[in-house]
Design a binder for this molecule. Structure first.
Ligand code: ADP
Ligand code: ZN
Length: 612
C-alpha cells in the first residue's frame, strides 16, 4: 500500500526533480496530506511552497491557495505549468472569458492548484462556486498579512476566518516568513488555527552576509558595493521615499548600472513592466520603496541594500530575506546614519493614530536601532529577536571586523549638558550640527549670533572629531537618552533618562565605528558548493547552458529561473551528464522538464547545440 509519505516523496522526485525533503517539509506535508491543519513559519527560501503544493497534488481535488500577490500569480502559475502541474488563478486582472475557462477547469476536476486573491472569498458567489468542485486544502500564503501588529496588514485577510466555518473538514495550512511571537499568535487567533499544529523552522539564512555601515555618501557607497562585489548581478535597493527611489535609480543608470524604479506613485502599467523586467532580465537592479518585494521569488537576487533605515526588524528581515533564495552567498547591506534616527523618530511623532499606536512604532524602531548599534554578532541579535538562540556567525560585519565598545559617559555628559543648558537657561533648541559646533568650539555665524561661545561647554569636546560626535549623538538618540523635538526641525531635547547620565548614575556604552572595509570576506559557514568558482571547462558549459536558457526564456516569455535555476545549471555543468537517465538525477530536473528539454540539454552539454 502506498502511504501518504510515499506518494509525497514520489511527487517530489517526479514533478520537482528533488532528492529529499528539506527540514520540516516532510513532517508538514505528511500532516497536511492526512487532513491536519498547520501553521508554518519558515524563512524566505526555506521551501514553503512545496508544503502545500505536494499535498494538493497528492490529495483528491484542488488545492486553493489564498495569496495577496495578484501581480505574481501569472509567474507562479507559469512556473508550475513548466513542471507539468495543472495550476490557474482567479483575480481581478482577468477577462470574463479567462475566468470562465478557469472555473470550468476547476469544476471538471482538472486543476491541481487554484490561486485566489483574498477579496474574492468575501464574495459569496465564490464560496458557492468552490463548493461545486472538490477542495483538497486551503493554503493561506503570506499569513502574516492578517496581523495588525506586523507591517503588511491586509484587511481582507481578516475575512479568512470563514474558511473554517464554511469548510470545517478541509485542511488549512497558513504559511509565513514573519516570525515574531505576536504575529504568530495573531495568525493562530484570527484565522481560527489555535488547534493547528505549529511548525517553526530555524530563521537563519546562513548564506546572507549582514552588514550595517555608517552612512556618509549613500549613493556613492552603494555604487562601490555594486562595482566591487556585485557587478552585473541582480539586486534590490530600498529607499524610504519615492523621490529618493527616482534619484537613486537615475544615479545608478547615469553610472552605467542597469536599474529601474518601483514605487506606489508610478502607474500600474509602469510598475508591472519594471517588475517583469527585473524578473526576466539578467543582472537588473530594482530601486524601490517597500511597496516592492513581497512574494518576489526570484532566486538569484544577490544583494539587498537599504539606503534608509527600515522601521522594524521584521521589515528588515523580510526585505533582506529576498536575497539569496537559491542558497548562494548574498549580501544584505544597510547604510545608517544620524539623520535616519532623527527622521524616523519625527515620523513617529507626526504619525496618525493614538498613543498606543505610536508606542508600537517606537518599540519596533528601538529594536531596529539596537540591531544597528550592537557590537555583537548581527545574526545572533536578529535571531534572538525571533526567539531563536544561536552562536556568533562569522558572516556578518561585526564578526568579520569586530567593532570596539567604549565608555562614552563623559562625551555623553558634555553633549547632554549643552542641550540642558540651552533648554533651561536660554529656552533654545538646536539640531546636531550646531551642538557639535559648540562642543568643537567653532566660531560660526550662528555661534556669534547667539553668543554661544559664552556657554561653559563651548570648545570642551575637541577630543572627538565631528563624525565621532555625530556617532555619539546618533547613539544617544538610539538609546533614548536624547529625543527629537516635535517642532518639525529635528532639534534635540533631553529625555527622562538623561538626568541619571548627567548625575553619573548611569554609564553610557557606545560603539566605535570600525574603519570601513568594502571587501568581501570569506564565508566561514557552509554555503552551497555551487558558490565556489568553477573550473574553466565547467564554467564554459555553464555559460553555454545559460545562453540556451536565455533563448528559451525569451521564446516563452517567462523568467529564466522558470526554465531552470542557476543551481540546477551549475550542477549540470559540473556533473556533465551524457544520458537522459543521468540528467534526471540532477536536482531540479523533474519528469516534465526532462521530457521537454532533455535531448536539447544533452546536445548543449556536448557542444552540438546550434546557437540561434
Ligand atoms: P519560500 O516560499 O519558503 O520562500 P520556496 O518554496 O520558493 O521558498 O523555495 C525556495 C527554493 O528552494 C526554491 O527554489 C525551491 O525550488 C527550492 N526547494 C524547496 N524545497 C526543496 C527541496 N526539498 N529540495 C531542493 N530544493 C528545494
Ligand atoms: Zn555574526
Amino acid at each position: 500500500m502506498t502511504t501518504p509519505t510515499d506518494a509525497a516523496l514520489e511527487t517530489l522526485h517526479r514533478v520537482f526533480g528533488y532528492d529529499a525533503f528539506r527540514g520540516e517539509q516532510e513532517a508538514i506535508i505528511r500532516h497536511v496530506t492526512t487532513g491536519g491543519d498547520a501553521v508554518v513559519l519558515m524563512p524566505t527560501g526555506g521551501g514553503k511552497s512545496l508544503c502545500y503544493q505536494i499535498p494538493s497534488l497528492v490529495r483528491e481535488g484542488t488545492g486553493v491557495v489564498i495569496s495577496p500577490l495578484i501581480a505574481l500569480m501569472q509567474d507562479q502559475v507559469d512556473a508550475l505549468a513548466a513542471l507539468g502541474v495543472r495550476a490557474a488563478f482567479l483575480n481581478s486582472t482577468q477577462s470574463p472569458e479567462q475566468r470562465a475557462a478557469v472555473e470550468s477547469a476547476y469544476l471538471a476536476g482538472e486543476l491541481d492548484l487554484l490561486y485566489l486573491a483574498p477579496e474574492r472569498l468575501a464574495v459569496s458567489a465564490t464560496a458557492d462556486f468552490l463548493d461545486r468542485g472538490k477542495i483538497a486544502l486551503f493554503a493561506i500564503d503570506e499569513a502574516h498579512c492578517v496581523s495588525q501588529w506586523g507591517h503588511d496588514f491586509r484587511p481582507d485577510y481578516l475575512g479568512l476566518s470563514m474558511l473554517n466555518e464554511r469548510w470545517p473538514s478541509v485542511p488549512r495550512i497558513a504559511l509565513t516568513a514573519t516570525a515574531t511571537k505576536q504575529t504568530r499568535q495573531e495568525i493562530q487567533q484570527r484565522l481560527g488555527l489555535s488547534e493547528a499544529r505549529l511548525f517553526v523552522s530555524s530563521f537563519d539564512r546562513p548564506n546572507i552576509q549582514y552588514r550595517i555601515a555608517p552612512k556618509n555618501q549613500p549613493q556613492k557607497q552603494l555604487l562601490d558595493l555594486i562595482r566591487s562585489e556585485h557587478a552585473g548581478e541582480a539586486g534590490i535597493v530600498y529607499c524610504l521615499s519615492r523621490a529618493s527611489v527616482e534619484k537613486t535609480a537615475e544615479f545608478l543608470v547615469d553610472n552605467g548600472v542597469a536599474a529601474l524604479p518601483y514605487h506606489a506613485g508610478l502607474s500600474t502599467p509602469v510598475r508591472a513592466t519594471n517588475q517583469a523586467r527585473f524578473l526576466r532580465e539578467d543582472g537588473m537592479i530594482m530601486v524601490a520603496t517597500i511597496a516592492f518585494g513581497m512574494g518576489i521569488d526570484k532566486p538569484d537576487v544577490r544583494f539587498v541594500a537599504h539606503l534608509d533605515l527600515p522601521k522594524s526588524v521584521e521589515g528588515y528581515y523580510q526585505e533582506t530575506g529576498r536575497a539569496g533564495r537559491d542558497g548562494l552567498p548574498s549580501t544584505a547591506w544597510l547604510a545608517y546614519g544620524l539623520q535616519d534616527v532623527v527622521q524616523l523618530r519625527r515620523m513617529i511623532d507626526e504619525s496618525e493614530g493614538d498613543a498606543a499606536h505610536r508606542r508600537k512604532l517606537t518599540i519596533h524602531l528601538d529594536a531596529m536601532l539596537a540591531l544597528c548599534e550592537t557590537i555583537q554578532c548581527r545574526r545572533k541579535q536578529l535571531l534572538a529577536y525571533f526567539d531563536e538562540a544561536s552562536t556568533d556567525c562569522g558572516n556578518c560585519d561585526n564578526c568579520l571586523n569586530p567593532p570596539e565598545g567604549w565608555d562614552g559617559t563623559i562625551p555623553a555628559q558634555k553633549l547632554l549638558s549643552t542641550v540642558v543648558r540651552l533648554q533651561r537657561e536660554r529656552n533654545q533648541r538646536f539640531g546636531a550640527g550646531h551642538l557639535i559646533d559648540i562642543l568643537l568650539g567653532r566660531q560660526t555665524a550662528r555661534v556669534d549670533q547667539y553668543s554661544h561661545d559664552e556657554l561653559s561647554t563651548f570648545g570642551i569636546g575637541t577630543e572627538l572629531t565631528e563624525s565621532e560626535w555625530r556617532g555619539v549623538v546618533r547613539q544617544l538618540l538610539a538609546q533614548g537618552l536624547l529625543a527629537v523635538h516635535g517642532d518639525g526641525f529635528g532639534t534635540l531635547v533631553v529625555t527622562d533618562a538623561t538626568s541619571a547620565v548627567l548625575k553619573g548614575e548611569v554609564r553610557v556604552h557606545l560603539r566605535r565605528e570600525p574603519i570601513a572595509v568594502n571587501k568581501k570576506p570569506r564565508l566561514s559557514r557552509s554555503v552551497t558548493a555551487a558558490a565556489t568558482e568553477l573550473p574553466p571547462d565547467v564554467a564554459s558549459r555553464f555559460e553555454a547552458l545559460r545562453t540556451w536558457r536565455a533563448e528559451q526564456a525569451k521564446e516563452q516569455s517567462v523568467p529564466a529561473y522558470v526554465i531552470f535555476h542557476d543551481s540546477t545549471l551549475r550542477e549540470m555543468a559540473t556533473r556533465n551528464p551524457s544520458t537522459l537517465e543521468q540528467l534526471s538525477g540532477i536536482t531540479g530536473v523533474g519528469a516534465a522538464k526532462l521530457e521537454r528539454y532533455g535531448q536539447e540539454l544533452l546536445s548543449v552539454l556536448c557542444g552540438d547545440h546550434a546557437q540561434v
